[in-house]
Write a protein that binds this ligand. Structure first.
Ligand code: GAP
Length: 457
């Protein structure tokens, strides 16, 4: 394991997330609900961007992938067949004095960490939330909130195969909420009871699974790096064979250097034919594949990259966070990759005078049809830049009185604080090109570099 010290304290992240409206405790006015979180105006934009970046890489940009969205409530037999009713549990102990419950495998001593009291013997605690379907609350109507999205893909394997006429290898991807009644939650949104997953089941010919496992592991690491995570803040952790989940032949975690240390952001699992076989047996339906080339029927093997949206988002928040000296103060800047930044551009008129406001508002209205844009005309320009830096806006567009004359605006880039002045007609195209990776100092016709590395007022 890569030994490194975390780059940012969790309090800095939670405080920025709270202050700027990324994440709030759920039901906060009632004191919060443990293990549940709400995404605020900036948080939801960031979350949608993370999900879009995943969907783009996993579905949109590929020939061998389709998406689905299955229901959260599923037939209880699904969880019987998948092994979750029997095996999806954690060992739990209870303190005989204060009655708090703890995960036995997380305790270092055989006494209550809260009050020092004596603990009960270990018992298995199933992590699935139970509820009832229909108006009658009896045992025959018990159903579960799904603890993973994966089973939705397995039970739809044949539907997808028949309707899309796919050939192996191919994958089914889905994003959606999952629920686990975790005994211990914590580390902000890292482990919660309601969270969102992005999972993909890649069906392959048995015998080719090792090759595809390696392929997906490297694809997934590259995805984080492409979207701004430093490679040295990611690491791989192979699970010991003896500790593998009930369905797995091989599991490797992609771990990230969170403020509390290295921890799993994503798991890549080789699930063999376990799930399809279990569901075929329990449902009596045939869930296999006919191979045109070899003229045989077989049950495909499965490689599954599975990531929690919230955990990935926390990793992106932590890796983006930076503090820099700025005169007597500190500049806090979220260096989000432009594809993930909740706001891409801010329109900042230098005065509230009506003629300039109207002019700047027109630029704003035009730009926001192509990207998330904010309009801000309050306080000094320095303050406004800092506010945008703190939420990770890559580009600030300043509109001044000269703009009324020359139809040009100044664009300032968040990280180096360089500035270019460009024609307004080129603004949208230029910002889209920069977001796509074009060097910031490349200017369109009629533009010029004003400041190649910023020192601003
Ligand atoms: N289908 C396989 C599966 O669900 P998992 O390792 O239990 O595997 C996959 O979960 C991912 O879901 C994890 O890597 C993590 O990112 C996320 N996840 C799991 N439990 C979570 C929780 N309680 N809170 C937030 N994210 C969670």
């Amino acid at each position: 394991m890569n030994e490194q010290t975390p780059t940012v304290a969790m309090e800095k992240i939670t405080s920025l997330a709270r202050r700027r409206g990324f994440v709030f405790p759920s039901s906060e006015i009632y004191g919060g609900l443990s293990g549940c979180w709400d995404y605020g105006p900036l948080g939801i934009e960031l979350k949608r961007n993370v999900k879009q970046a995943w969907w783009s890489a996993m579905v949109q940009e590929r020939d061998d992938m389709v998406g689905i969205e299955s229901s959260i409530l599923m037939h209880p037999k699904v969880w019987m067949a998948s092994g979750h009713l029997k095996g999806f549990s954690d060992p739990l102990v209870e303190c005989k004095s204060c009655h708090q419950r703890f995960r036995a495998d997380e305790l270092t001593e055989q006494k209550c960490p809260a009050c020092g009291g004596e603990l009960t013997a270990e018992r298995q605690f199933n992590l699935m939330f139970k509820t009832f379907i229909g108006p009658v609350e009896d045992g025959s109507n018990v159903i579960y909130l799904r603890p993973e999205t994966a089973q939705g893909m397995f039970v739809n394997f044949d539907n997808v195969l028949q309707t899309t006429r796919r050939k192996l290898p191919f994958g089914i991807a889905q994003q959606g909420k999952s629920f686990r009644n975790e005994i211990t939650t914590g580390n902000f949104i890292f482990r919660s009871r309601e969270f969102e997953q992005m999972e993909m089941e890649y069906f392959v010919k048995p015998g080719t699974d090792e090759k595809w496992f390696e392929y997906w592991l490297s694809e997934r690491v590259n995805w984080y790096v492409k979207h701004g995570i430093k490679r040295e803040h990611l690491s791989l952790l192979e699970h010991e064979k003896a500790k593998l989940a009930h369905y797995a032949k091989r599991v490797c975690d992609i771990t990230f250097l969170y403020p509390m240390g290295w921890a799993e952001v994503e798991g890549v699992a080789s699930r063999t034919d376990f799930d399809l076989k279990q569901h075929a047996e329990a449902s009596g339906k045939v869930l296999d594949y006919y191979d045109d080339e070899t003229k045989e029927h077989y049950v495909p093997y499965v490689i599954e990259p599975a990531v929690g949206v919230d955990r990935a988002l926390l990793a992106f928040l932590c890796d983006a966070y930076a503090e820099e000296p700025d005169k007597e103060e500190t500049r806090v800047v979220m260096r989000f990759h432009p594809s993930l930044a909740p706001v891409k551009a801010a329109i900042l008129p230098l005065s509230k005078k009506e003629n300039l406001s109207n002019f700047a508002r027109d630029i704003y209205k035009n730009l926001r049809t192509s990207m998330a844009t904010q309009y801000d005309d309050t306080q000094s320009i320095g303050r406004r830049y800092r506010r945008q830096d703190e939420i990770g806006t890559p580009y600030c567009v300043t509109v001044d009185f000269q703009s009324l004359e020359d139809n040009r605006v100044t664009v300032r880039e968040r990280d180096a604080m360089s500035q270019i002045r460009i024609p307004i007609v080129e603004l949208k195209k230029t910002l889209l090109a920069k977001m796509d990776g074009e060097d910031f100092l490349v200017v369109p016709p009629g533009g010029e570099v004003v400041q190649s590395k910023g020192k601003e007022a």
